[in-house]
Design a protein around this ligand. Structure first.
Ligand SMILES: [Mg+2]
Length: 236
């Protein structure tokens, strides 16, 4: 795929866990929460099961975003408190939530050389960001990360599925074979982009959210895998 450099006109970037760390805050808060409930005498696997079930339901019904995650913690705390013989530590729950809530408000922790790489790429390509989640929260992160001016436009959608990619291609007049998606999520970035006929560059991340993970299906040889974001400079 040496000629990718000349074929591609627009590059679209996922944001969370592609440009900056994100899921790590969710993992940390979940683990702290599991510790807290476990100390109330509940088996950890039961807590994790209850968490996974509710998370799936909430994502389907309410979508993504940190508010919905906080709702899950509060709701589970309420449910386990009802079942617990001893009172659970409400103050610790509030502390976990307080720490978690700081992450979308603070400047995102960008991966190495993201800014330099975007600056390099935007000389030759049309760059875009495509992220899913709650609009204001995602926009805030894009702006505070300092990447808003390095792309032509950012798209914040409730979901990144096949329909979303096809609509984006059509509305923007992009040719899929001239378009490349870059991201960490097989489910939201790589597979739907490949199915839409685009090229895709997968940058695996150790802590990809399990609801964003699935096996990659590259049937047309349009997938590249790189280790880090700055490797894009060697492709384009
Ligand atoms: Mg991502």
């Amino acid at each position: 795929m040496r000629d990718l450099k000349y074929k591609i006109k627009q590059i679209i970037f996922d944001a969370d866990d592609t440009l900056w760390e994100n899921n790590i805050y969710y993992v940390q808060a979940s683990n702290d929460f599991f510790d807290l409930i476990e100390e109330g005498g509940f088996p950890r696997e039961d807590i994790i099961k209850a968490f996974d079930d509710l998370e799936l339901k909430v994502v389907r019904e309410r979508g993504y975003g940190s508010h919905n995650f906080v709702y899950i913690l509060e709701e589970l705390f309420r449910q386990f408190t009802k079942r617990s013989k001893n009172p659970l530590d409400r103050q610790r729950l509030e502390e976990i939530i307080r720490r978690f809530k700081a992450h979308p408000v603070n400047k995102p922790n960008l991966f190495e050389q993201v800014i330099e790489t975007l600056k390099y790429l935007n000389h030759h390509y049309h760059l875009f960001i495509l992220t899913k989640g709650e609009y204001n929260e995602q926009e805030g992160k894009i702006i505070r990360a300092g990447v808003a001016d390095l792309v032509e436009k950012y798209f914040i959608l409730p979901e990144k599925n096949d329909r979303a990619y096809l609509k984006l291609i059509e509305e923007n007049g992009w040719k899929p074979e001239e378009t490349c998606m870059v991201g960490n999520s097989p489910k939201s970035d790589i597979n739907p982009a490949l199915r839409a006929g685009m090229y895709a560059i997968y940058i695996p991340y150790t802590d990809t959210w399990k609801l964003d993970d699935e096996p990659i299906e590259d049937e047309n040889g349009k997938l590249l895998v790189v280790e880090r974001f700055s490797d894009l400079k060697n492709i384009f």
